[in-house]
Design a protein around this ligand. Structure first.
Ligand SMILES: *Cc1c(COP(=O)(O)O)cnc(C)c1O
Length: 387
């Protein structure tokens, strides 16, 4: 059975008419840049996140960049973040002219290890960018405490975590800025590129709105140098329709994750994830895989990522059997060619490097059928029976 990693076609089938009529309305209005459809989407996403303001931008990457620019972070400044993320997390810091300073992750959640942050703070440190990887919040209570005590700004990279929640706080509404992406592979997506920044500070919201139109406040008056980082009405229309289904889709993702957890345990493949261990699959008495360790009240499973013994061989086995899989991410950010000037080396962030070598994602998208999910479990099981 063929099981894709993500099936946007199946999602589109459910909402085709609604999307088409809302997109048609944008064409009928001929208002493509910003305007009322964008404003409605900003209000709806901000309210979903619990924030006072939403500022639509051109992508999740630009959401990060524009937040850094709003804080005047640039040359001479340092920003602490994780080396185990999508490139944009560190790329935005470099594009702002600042220096990324990496701190390793916790092996159980794959998110920033707060215990290692404080020793990396210098007088040049201006901000922390925690990433809520795979849909689970970073340890925001401790990160906010460190930030408060050191007067640092916190920019949440919530691209994978819309609706993720802990202690009644949602991703993107805990730090000073929440950065979201509507790239098609995210839980809430448009029909192309798009993103949003959420904040509770009216002054920050105003500057964000200005920077996305070349730093303009009054027409043709530019107190800042910004860029064209606008969100367009067609994307806003699609995102607004999909937002109504997001909770339903998130619950389906959680059910799929629960199903995998249960089935892998029943098959004797997974050990209970142990806190504070690397989840090393060859640990005494261990299973062959480690299922996700959920530490937040609401994990939204943008990805269902397991740590697997013989990861690369399992990856090829899944591919050969038409089971969708991907490695997020095979190479840490401190090991990227363009960041070699930072002078990090292999072994500097062992937990991140282990995760890059040992993890892979399995299909968890909402429309996954019971037969498809069982085919995934069977294919993983067959691999370990033979190896
Ligand atoms: C997708 C993603 C981004 C970037 O979003 P784009 O809309 O693709 O620019 C940034 N950070 C993380 C963690 C992401 O997953």
């Amino acid at each position: 059975m063929k099981v894709p990693l993500l099936d946007l076609q199946a999602q589109y089938e459910q909402i085709k008419e609604e999307i088409q009529s809302r997109v048609q309305a944008v064409f009928d209005s001929q208002q493509f840049i910003l305007g009322p459809e964008v404003e409605r989407c900003e209000a709806a996403v901000a309210s979903y996140v619990g924030a006072a303001y939403g500022v639509g931008v051109s992508s999740g990457s630009d959401a990060l960049l524009i937040s850094l620019l709003t804080e005047n972070i640039g040359p001479g400044d340092e920003v602490i973040t994780t080396p185990y993320s999508f490139f944009a997390t560190a790329g935005s810091i470099v594009r702002a002219g600042a220096k990324p300073v990496f701190v390793d992750i916790k092996p159980d959640t794959y998110n920033l290890d707060p215990q290692q942050i404080e020793q990396m703070i210098t007088p040049r440190t201006k901000a922390i960018i925690p990433v809520h990887l795979f849909g689970q919040l970073a340890d925001m209570e401790r990160i906010m405490d460190i930030a408060d005590r050191n007067s640092l700004c916190v920019i949440e990279d919530a691209a994978q975590a819309i609706g993720s929640e802990h202690a009644e706080n949602r991703a993107g509404n805990i730090g000073h800025y929440g950065c979201f992406s509507f790239f098609p592979s995210k839980n809430l997506s448009g029909a192309g590129d798009g993103g949003m920044v959420t904040t509770n500070d009216p002054e920050r919201a105003e500057k964000l709105r200005s920077l996305r139109v070349h730093g303009m406040t009054e027409r043709y008056h530019h107190p800042y140098v910004g860029a064209n980082m606008r969100f367009d009405a067609l994307q806003a229309a699609v995102v607004s329709v999909k937002l109504k289904y997001l909770d339903e889709w998130t619950e389906a993702r959680q059910r799929n994750a629960d199903y995998y957890n249960r089935r892998f345990a029943e098959e004797g493949l997974a050990e209970e994830p142990a806190e504070g261990t690397s989840g090393a699959p060859d640990a005494p008495g261990g299973g062959r895989i480690t299922t996700p360790n959920v530490k937040t009240d609401r994990h939204v499973f943008n990805q269902y990522v397991i740590r697997a013994e013989q990861r690369d061989a399992l990856f090829h086995h899944l591919k050969e059997n038409a089971i969708g899989t991907a490695i997020y991410y095979p190479k840490c950010l401190h090991q990227q060619e363009c960041l070699q000037y930072l002078e990090y080396g292999s072994g500097d962030f062992p937990q991140s490097e282990n995760a890059a070598a040992e993890t892979l994602a399995l299909p968890v998208y909402p429309e996954l059928t019971a037969e498809q999910a069982e085919a995934v479990v069977d294919t993983v099981k067959n691999f370990y029976t033979a190896h």
